[in-house]
Design a protein around this ligand. Structure first.
Ligand code: BG6
Length: 472
């Protein structure tokens, strides 16, 4: 659809950016914090540990001041579960409570709204030992953690996100380092979707509790949502893309918004003898939890083709958050020839961003906030302390242009929080895969001095925010 005139970004549009605790904070085993599954997992070859990261734990004041200089209206960060509750439940670490008190207050000092993710890939290691999300008690563990956060911060934090990329935890958990399969498991799909069910119930309860405990509190999910295209206009490819969209995206949003299982996914689970067991009260809890908005991460679309019964084995393509294999009998992945890729092989599709935003809004009719979007690259710090990341500016500009088109299409957009505010550690590709507006001077294994530098994209984004999206 072409528009003669574009609508402006809304006046109160929330410009900002995102980080997550385990990727940015450092101090991963000090100051009373218990280990999380990220601290005890086997590190991908050639990548550093999480003891330092960007040292946000000690430098948050400097970092928030830089965000304020860019003009941020919002800062999305996550709270580390095992920093507040070192064993996951029970004993509270006051130093952890204080750290987030200080971070929140620092944001508010500059009128930056804290947008808090409750869970970003970092299950306390002590709870991993008790079975992680496979244990039905995980729902209560999460509710205990949620209560503690609402009690401690609900007076000042009014915007909450539940679980970051629950769909990726379910689809590619081993790459992220989070999947826990109990010994003796005979049906992995059933196990994975039972864990997923526990997360869905935990999320629904956390949403209900937020509305009860946080005056004026608003809460939403934060899955990774992007359209899945059919490889061709062959009707069977279109059916495969519907399957893939359901399993990747709609399962999570149908549940968060309506409290029901997507019928295509349910059929897939039945087919695999993998439907989850509902505990008493689950159905009611799922229907009671309602989001106020939808947060979602977008990096790129994907493409699939029909899974023919002749295909005995799935292709062994690279798997991570943006590259998934197919699902036997359901769909098969396909490389889209129309799209370029980043240095790290992720496809780039700004137009697909508009398509995704339009689709989410027409399905759910709730305000949308982009909680991640960005370009991972090998940046270079010049001798005079500059980072010329024109490629990142181009990526972000093209995506923002599509958001403005979507706004003109009638989509209610609340805000944009690209990944990431500052350089941090990637999920499985280390410190050298950088996303930030702020460069952190460190190498993969040599943490150097961790000085901060403003990249070219820092100055560009500052102008975008100051002009409320007019000067891109
Ligand atoms: C998202 C995650 O999947 O993608 C982030 O929510 C992650 O935690 C981001 O860092 C970029 O992915 P990666 O693998 O390049 O770090």
């Amino acid at each position: 659809m072409y528009h003669k005139k574009l609508k402006p970004f809304p006046k109160d549009f929330l410009w900002g950016a995102s980080t997550s605790a385990y990727q940015v904070e450092g101090a991963s085993l000090t100051h009373g914090k218990g280990p999380s599954c990220q601290d005890v997992k086997e590190l991908p070859e050639g990548t550093s540990g999480l003891e330092v990261c960007a040292d946000h734990y000690h430098r948050y004041k400097e970092d928030v001041a830089l965000m304020a200089e860019m003009g941020f209206k919002v800062y999305r960060f996550s709270i580390s579960w095992s920093r507040l509750l070192p064993e996951g439940t029970g004993r509270v670490n006051q130093e952890g409570i204080e750290f987030y008190n200080n971070l929140i207050d620092e944001c508010l000092k500059y009128d930056i709204i804290p947008l808090v993710t409750m869970f970003h890939f970092d299950m306390p290691a002590a709870l991993d030992e008790r079975g992680s999300w496979s244990n039905p008690d995980s729902v209560n563990w999460f509710v205990e953690f949620a209560k503690l956060m609402y009690e401690s911060y609900g007076d000042r934090v009014k915007y909450w996100l539940t679980i970051n990329e629950q769909n990726m935890l379910t689809l590619v958990g081993p790459v992220i380092g989070t999947l826990h399969i109990p010994e003796g498991c005979t049906n992995e799909i059933r196990e994975i979707y039972q864990q997923n069910h526990h997360m869905l119930v935990a999320q629904a309860k956390a949403m209900t509790l937020c509305h009860e405990m946080v005056k004026g509190g608003k809460i939403g999910p934060a899955p990774n949502i992007s359209l899945v295209y059919p490889a061709t206009c062959k009707p069977d490819d279109v059916i495969a893309s519907q399957n893939a969209n359901a399993i990747k995206s709609w399962l999570y949003l149908d549940m968060s918004v309506h409290g029901v299982y997507n019928n295509l996914v349910w059929a897939y689970l039945e087919e695999n003898d993998a439907t989850p067991i509902f505990a008493p009260g689950d159905d009611k809890a799922l229907k009671n939890g309602h989001p106020d908005f939808i947060g979602f991460n977008y990096y790129n679309t994907s493409t699939v083709e029909e899974y023919s019964l002749m295909d005995m084995e799935l292709q062994s393509t690279k798997t991570d958050q943006q590259n998934q294999n197919g699902e036997k009998g359901f769909f098969k992945s396909f490389r889209n020839p129309n799209l370029g890729t980043t240095e790290f092989g992720w496809e780039i599709d700004p137009v697909g961003f508009r398509g995704t935003v339009r689709e989410i809004y027409s399905r759910y009719r709730l305000p949308l906030i982009v909680t991640e979007n960005g370009l991972g690259a090998y940046d270079t710090l010049t001798e005079d302390g500059k980072v010329h990341d024109a490629y990142r500016i181009e990526y972000l500009r093209k995506h923002l242009e599509q958001i403005q088109l979507a706004i003109t299409d009638g989509v209610e957009m609340m805000g944009y929080c690209p990944w990431s505010a500052i350089d941090l550690i990637s999920t499985h590709e280390g410190a050298v895969k950088r996303y930030g507006f702020i460069y952190v001077d460190r190498e993969e294994f040599d943490v150097k001095n961790l000085d901060r530098y403003r990249k070219d994209s820092f100055f560009w984004y500052k102008e975008v925010i100051a002009s409320n999206g007019e000067n891109m």
